[in-house]
Design a protein around this ligand. Structure first.
Ligand SMILES: *[C@@H]1O[C@H](CO)[C@@H](O)[C@H](O)[C@H]1NC(C)=O
Ligand SMILES: *[C@@H]1O[C@H](CO)[C@@H](O)[C@H](O)[C@H]1NC(C)=O
Length: 255
């Protein structure tokens, strides 16, 4: 998949950033807002497929399989067909999404990515609660360096230097927690006191990664804090293999 050019990315920032700010103002979220659409990307680098082709039929099979299997554990990866019509796909729900929220996120994401990328052999779509990705290339177990975007809250903190340090420290701790031997979910959330405020964080990787690969992925995006959300009250780096989020309000679902 081709990479985002950074200038192309910047065009999206104000729109997406505004969405986040609205979320923080209206703390009571409806279900649809709670599972907001974030971003998508179609890729034709691997070519396009035609209607009624074997590729299309394999892709539909992958979509059915992913949506059937994802709710029980929040993750599914699957391949079907033979080269050149082989399709690889994965679906991941946010680690704190209930099984019904997970299932309904996929039920929204799959038709939406099909509509947005009708003939692309590869594509990815992100919502708050889930991610769906497919490609003719076998991408399992590897860090996705191609698909990535930033989101931030437009509000600035008053003490950016110490705030950035605290953010980095929380997300680094959460990375350790998410990739510790017994954490099969490659997901962690936590919080940290900042004087009279609190900082909340979340990290997650797709579960086709080994824990050390997950750690490398998260360490990489945490290193992008100065680019994505320097001194901002909230921020996210969202990739195809891992993502983090931090806010000064609680955004995690309590089961
Ligand atoms: C795929 O289709 C798009 C839109 O129809 C077209 O612009 C693009 O050149 C095609 N790519 C390839 C590799 O055929
Ligand atoms: C935050 O700081 C930036 C850069 O100094 C500024 O352009 C922006 O308007 C500030 N945002 C708010 C909400 O005050």
């Amino acid at each position: 998949m081709s990479s985002f050019s950074s200038s192309k990315c910047i065009v999206w920032f104000p729109i997406l950033a505004l969405t986040i700010q609205l979320f923080s103002i209206h703390n009571v979220l409806s279900q649809t807002q709670n599972n907001a659409f974030l971003f998508h990307k179609c890729s034709d680098i691997e070519g396009n497929f035609t209607s009624k082709s074997p590729y299309e039929s394999n892709l539909n099979k992958i979509f059915r399989d992913l949506s059937y299997r994802v709710s029980s554990t929040g993750f599914a990866a699957s391949s079907t067909g033979n080269t050149p019509d082989k399709v690889n796909g994965l679906a991941l729900c946010r680690g704190d999404a209930s099984s019904s929220d997970c299932h309904s996120c996929l039920a929204t994401a799959i038709p939406e990515i099909s509509r947005r990328c009708p003939n692309n052999k590869a594509g990815i779509i992100w919502y708050d609660n889930c991610l769906v990705k497919y490609s003719s290339t076998n991408f399992f177990g590897k860090i996705d360096y191609e698909n990535k975007f930033y989101l931030y809250n437009v509000n600035n903190v008053s003490d950016p230097t110490s705030f950035n340090t605290q953010t980095k420290s929380l997300l680094t701790d959460l990375t350790m927690k998410a990739t510790a031997g017994d954490n099969q979910k490659l997901f962690a959330t936590g919080e940290k006191s900042l004087g009279n405020k609190k900082l909340y964080g979340l990290v997650q990787c797709t579960r086709d990664l080994k824990s050390e690969t997950c750690k490398a992925c998260l360490d990489g995006i945490i290193g992008e804090i100065p680019n994505c959300c320097d001194g901002k009250e909230g921020g996210r780096v969202v990739g195809g293999s891992c993502n983090f989020r931090y806010e000064i309000y609680s955004f995690v679902n309590i089961a």
